[in-house]
Design a protein around this ligand. Structure first.
Ligand code: ZN
Length: 315
């Protein structure tokens, strides 16, 4: 069995940061958001974390060869159609109980085979046994759970819903797109709140199926990175060795090179980067959006400790 450490949660919750931190460890292969490989790598040929375009990156080239005898052996359109017919949150019940639909089970089997070869090749080419998948999507996590020979461990990453909502109203450029300008997706606070509830509940459901996981708050990761990383590594059954986490300190992290796919623009930064909880929303999120988000996501805000007295600022 090989362990896949999966970072699950809603976008703009710090998954790129966590993934880049873990990538500093010698036995960890941190490959960004594998769920987007077909579309953003294979089809759009966007930039890898190393700065090369996907098709020119030597690492991904080797992975394609080992997995499929070369990327050209795959029909991108077919793979994308297969993915669209399998990897959706609405199919999660069928991922848990595939016997309900033999047609779905057959499609899922074909897609899982592609994924199994991909993850095996990533491990082989990198020479690093622990794969960190920062795909975030719940449906993809349920698929990884079904992969043969994989022991899935879940880092359920959460952030204050008001911070998430504010972040999704901001316009940010997608740094990996080479031709033309593309912006990261934006969304309204109301739709974000619905997704916040839906996504997070799916990760609780995933753990109810027996997957081992921990809840990690973005704010705690930034404020106390060494302690939180140690907790994540314990989840992966490879405790941190003494001095191994010397690349994080109070208010900073030292990032190394990566071949991460997709993710936020900080994917391309390396060297010493300041760590500071992004709480711009406290001053910038419009009052009615703040109220709307607080009210509609309060059960989870409460469960995750965001409504506790003294939560947030100054801690
Ligand atoms: Zn690369």
């Amino acid at each position: 069995m090989s362990t896949v450490l999966f970072i699950g949660g809603l976008g703009r919750s710090g998954s790129t940061l966590l993934e880049r931190m873990l990538g500093r460890l010698d036995d960890v292969c941190s490959v960004g958001e594998l769920v987007h490989l077909w579309e953003r790598g294979l089809k759009e040929n966007n930039r890898c974390g190393c700065g090369e375009r996907f098709r020119e990156c030597a690492f991904w080239g080797r992975v394609g060869e080992v997995a499929y005898g070369g990327w050209d052996r795959l029909d991108v359109g077919e793979v994308l159609a297969l993915k669209a017919s399998v990897d959706r949150n609405r199919f999660v019940p069928l991922m848990v109980a595939p016997a309900l639909s033999p047609a779905y089970r057959a499609r899922m089997g074909r897609y899982l085979e592609l994924l199994e070869r991909l993850y095996d090749a990533v491990r082989e080419v990198s020479g690093r046994p622990l794969v960190v998948d920062a795909s975030k999507h719940a449906s993809h996590a349920f698929l990884v759970r079904r992969m043969r020979g994989v022991d899935l461990r879940l880092v359920h990453l959460v952030r204050d819903s008001r911070g998430v909502a504010f972040s999704w109203t901001k316009r940010m450029r997608r740094a990996e797109v080479v031709e033309g300008d593309a912006l990261m997706a934006t969304d309204t606070p109301l739709r974000m709140s619905a997704r916040y509830l839906g996504y997070n509940l799916l990760f609780h459901l995933l753990q109810a199926t027996g997957v081992r996981g921990i809840l990690l708050r973005y704010e705690s990761l930034v404020r106390d990175p060494a302690a939180e990383l140690a907790r994540v590594l314990a989840l992966a059954s490879r405790p941190a060795a003494a001095g191994e986490l010397g690349f994080v300190g109070d208010g900073w992290v030292e990032l190394g090179p990566s071949h991460a796919l997709a993710g936020n623009p900080m994917r391309f930064r390396s060297g010493r980067v300041p760590l500071k909880v992004d709480e711009e929303w406290r001053g910038q999120l419009r009052r009615r959006h703040r109220l709307l988000t607080s009210v509609s996501t309060w059960p989870l805000l409460l469960a995750y400790g965001y409504l506790a007295k003294g939560a947030g600022r100054g801690r």
